[in-house]
Write a protein that binds this ligand. Sequence first.
Ligand code: SAM
Ligand code: SF4
Length: 326
Amino acid sequence: MKQLIDRFERSIDYVRLSVTDRCDLRCVYCMPKGFKDFEEPEHWLSFAEIERVIAAFARLGTKRVRITGGEPLVRKDLPQLAARLAALPGIEDLSLSTNATRLAKHAVELHDAGIRRINVSLDSLQSARFKDITGGKLDKVLDGLMAAKTAGFAPIKINMVVMKDVNVDEVETMVDFCIEHGFTLRFIETMPMGDTGRAATDRFVDLHTVKARLAQRFELLPGVMPGGGPARYVQVAGTDLRIGFITPLSQHFCETCNRVRLSVDGTLYMCLGQEHRFELRPLLRAGCTDAELDAAILHAIDLKPERHEFNEKPEQVLRFMSMTGG
Ligand code: SAM
Ligand code: SF4
């Protein structure tokens, strides 16, 4: 069986696919208020081009794809793309990251298309605070989440970026909310991506302190979560709740990194925290063969750096998370 192995012996079997760099929210740590400098539509990979690249990854051993952005549901006809990707030979697991503002409308269609697992960003359960952080309406997100539950998505993971003096006081409330609804919860440390991410690191919270705080109220048992992502999990005793801690800064997990990111303009980003990249769009539009496409991906994998340098060089990454596909 074919496999993509990088220079550091890591098996790369997971693609995060950004279908747009646009978004209907402006989370403080991600995209600046009023930001409109988006990729030109003629540079967006078409559905056929995306399908071709993902088919190439599947030939090279990739089994898992996560659709992300920007906000993926602002890309028109996303369920159609999802259905095409889910049908590709070799793709066994298709998932979605979304802010859920448009999920109520699309949940059933997305589930029918073959998406089973979704991650939803939710940083606060207080409407005014949610608006301050994201510029959006909490009610819409909660409606989206409940529609996802009804549609049968499992697991549904809540992603909460924890920030000092912003929402760290809500971690226990979020635990209760996730126990009540059967969601999985993941806490995330702010990353210095773009000016917005760097500004948010002033609010940085080391998640080890959050875990210690939760341990005072809940009995936390060592836990695992299928999927092999970067989160380290615990289980809350007496409940089904698993809590993941994504700690890129306080405890990086680069030695087990298994992923690359494809941005909306067809650039493969080899690391969230580095500039190493390879542009596939020129090749695709020049009519490359499948063999040439596979060779280009193999070459790109060789460019993957050993680790990010968010701590050593926080000024390094100019692009916001939404531009790479977080
Ligand atoms: N719009 C979708 C969403 O919000 O889930 C998908 C894309 S979003 C860029 C993916 C994830 O990146 C979200 O969970 C968001 O909280 C996280 N994110 C964005 N900027 C970040 C930053 N500077 N530090 C840490 N996490 C960040
Ligand atoms: Fe949009 Fe997601 Fe970035 Fe928030 S984190 S601005 S929802 S892309």
